[in-house]
Design a protein around this ligand. Sequence first.
Ligand code: MD6
Ligand code: FE
Length: 222
Amino acid sequence: MTNDLFADDAAMRNTVLSDGALLLRGFALDAARNLLGCVDDITRAAPFRQMLTPSGVMSVAMSNCGQFGWISDQNGYRYSALDPLSGQPWPALPIALLDLAKNAAAKAGFKDFSPNACLINRYAPSAKMGLHQDKNEGNFSAPIVSISLGLPAIFLWGGLQRSDPAMRVPLVHSDVIVFGGASRLRYHGVLTVKDGIHPATAACRINLTLRQVRVANTQRVC
Ligand code: MD6
Ligand code: FE
């Protein structure tokens, strides 16, 4: 009941960030506790790890669930059906997560979103994510659905060129962003997460991004 009131209040503050990008405030409020339980289960099987990139180690710790997972090493980024740490497939995408992502996408006008990959980002205080485009999916007609849980953060919402000015969007627990269409390849990032304690996650921010990856674009074996 209380949650419904908060959710209604939050929904009144939904915001179009740009053409094809919608911020759904509080959209994950009812599901949040269950989703965080799923993250615990997933990361027992596929632990959080700080991946390497061609330019150094990432401050954000990552894991994945679903048919494909986003991975990076000194050679670059790609999707893989197997967790390179274990050589095993990633844990399955929980139904609750799939349902939430489909509902969010539909609300933003993307009717047939069928994600097969979910990247799980964990930000400890002082972690951040630099401006980037998500362009390894091989399928830019599908949107990406992004769920924020725990500590707040400032999301940077840029343009189609890295040098375009970026809007600063404060995100809090249970906010969901759907971005696709004309916004699918916009640059975005996350400013350094500040110290704090959130009742749902303690001293971290968790971000889940659900993607529809084209199978032909992935690496099947590591
Ligand atoms: C984050 N999100 O919010 C990082 N990418 O922690 C992303 O990089 C992202 O939120 C693609 C689509 C939505 C996102
Ligand atoms: Fe991204």
